[in-house]
Design a protein around this ligand. Structure first.
Ligand code: PMP
Length: 294
C-alpha cells in the first residue's frame, strides 16, 4: 500500500494528491507549514507545533479554516492511516488557488490544508557520533522587519540560498548571520553554544524561528539548573566556544565540531551536548500526544 496523504479533509493516494498551479502557496510562497516528529507512537509537542502554525498564519493574516483540536486529530489520523509509529510529518496550509496577482483576496476557493507523514530520514549516524562540519553563509538572514524568520512561511528562499552555499562547500548546514553580524540560526536548525559552562542561544527576535526543539532544550537546561542565557553573540564566540550544537525537529540535537574550517572545542561532541541529547531523547518518550496503530 502506498502512502496516503491528508488533503482538505480526505485521504488521497500520494500519486493522486495534487494542488492547483494557481495556488498562491506555489505562485508566491503564500502559506505556512510545520515539520513535526513522532516517536514510538507519540507526536512530540504537537500542541506547540499547532500553536506555532496558527501564530505564523495569523502573522500573514491567513485564517486556518479548522479548529486547532481538529487539526491535531487530522495529524494523528494521518499517522494511523499510514501505520507509522516513528515519522516525520509535514503540515502545510496554503492561501489556496486564486487569480494571478499577489492579492490574497483573489484566493476565493478556500485554503488548502495537507498533511504528509513519512518515515524519518535523519542525518547519518556518524554526524551524531563525530559531529557536523558547517560553514557561515554569505547570505544574511531575512531582516525581521522585512520577512520575520519567526514566521514559518512557505517562502524559504532565504534559507535555500544559504543551503546552496553549504552544499557548494561540501557541508550539510550553514550558519546565517543577521544583517548586523549577529548569529541568527542555521538554514533549518537553531544554534546553541556552550562557553565557560554557560549554555547560550540567540534571541529569536533578532531573526530566528522559535524552534520547538530549541524550547525543549531550554526547558531541560532550566530543570537541570544548567546556566543558560538567551543573548546576542557574534561569530567569534562560536569560534571560541567549548561546544556547539544545532537543534531541529528532523535533526534533534546534532553536535557541531567545525565551522569555517576552524575546530570548536576539542573537535568532538561536547559533554553538555551529549547530556542534553540524552535528556531530549527521554523527553521524546513522554512529551506529546500518544496514539495507537490498530
Ligand atoms: N530554524 C529554521 C529556519 C527551521 O526551518 C527549523 C525547522 N526545521 C528550525 C529552526 C528548528 O525548529 P524546530 O525545532 O521547531 O524543528
Amino acid at each position: 500500500m502506498g502512502l496516503s496523504v491528508y488533503l482538505n479533509g480526505k485521504f488521497v493516494d500520494r500519486d493522486k494528491a495534487y494542488v492547483s498551479i494557481f495556488d498562491h502557496g506555489l505562485l508566491y510562497g503564500d502559506g505556512v507549514f510545520e515539520g513535526i516528529r513522532s516517536y514510538s507512537g507519540l507526536v512530540f509537542r504537537l500542541k506547540g507545533h499547532i500553536d506555532r502554525l496558527y501564530r505564523s498564519a495569523s502573522a500573514i493574516q491567513l485564517v486556518i479554516p479548522m479548529k486547532k483540536d481538529a487539526l491535531m486529530k487530522a495529524v494523528v489520523a494521518t499517522l494511523k492511516k499510514n501505520k507509522l509509529k516513528d515519522a516525520y510529518i509535514r503540515l502545510v496550509v496554503t492561501r489556496g488557488p486564486g487569480d494571478l496577482g499577489l492579492d490574497p483576496r483573489k484566493c476565493r476557493h478556500g485554503r488548502v490544508i495537507f498533511i504528509i507523514a513519512d518515515k524519518v530520514a535523519l542525518y547519518p549516524e556518524r554526524y551524531y557520533r563525530e559531529g557536523l562540519h558547517i560553514i557561515t553563509a554569505k547570505t544574511r538572514r531575512n531582516l525581521p522587519q522585512a520577512l520575520n524568520p519567526r514566521i514559518k512561511s512557505l517562502n524559504y528562499l532565504n534559507n535555500i540560498l544559504a543551503k546552496l552555499e553549504a552544499t557548494k562547500s561540501g557541508v550539510e548546514e550553514a550558519l546565517m548571520l543577521t544583517h548586523d553580524g549577529y548569529v541568527a540560526e542555521c538554514t533549518g536548525d537553531n544554534i546553541f553554544i556552550v562557553s565557560k559552562k554557560t549554555l547560550i542561544t540567540s534571541p529569536t527576535k533578532i531573526g530566528a524561528l522559535e524552534g520547538i526543539t530549541r524550547d525543549a532544550v531550554i526547558s531541560i537546561a532550566k530543570k537541570r539548573k544548567i546556566i543558560f542565557r538567551e543573548k546576542k553573540f557574534k561569530l567569534n564566540e562560536v569560534y571560541k566556544a567549548d561546544e556547539c550544537f544545532l537543534t531541529g525537529s528532523a535533526a534533534e540535537i546534532v553536535p557541531v565540531v567545525r565551522i569555517d574550517k576552524k575546530t570548536i572545542g576539542r573537535g568532538k561532541p561536547g559533554k553538555l551536548t551529549l547530556e542534553l541529547r540524552d535528556e531530549f531523547r527521554k523527553l521524546t518518550k513522554i512529551d506529546g500526544i500518544k496514539y495507537k496503530i490498530d
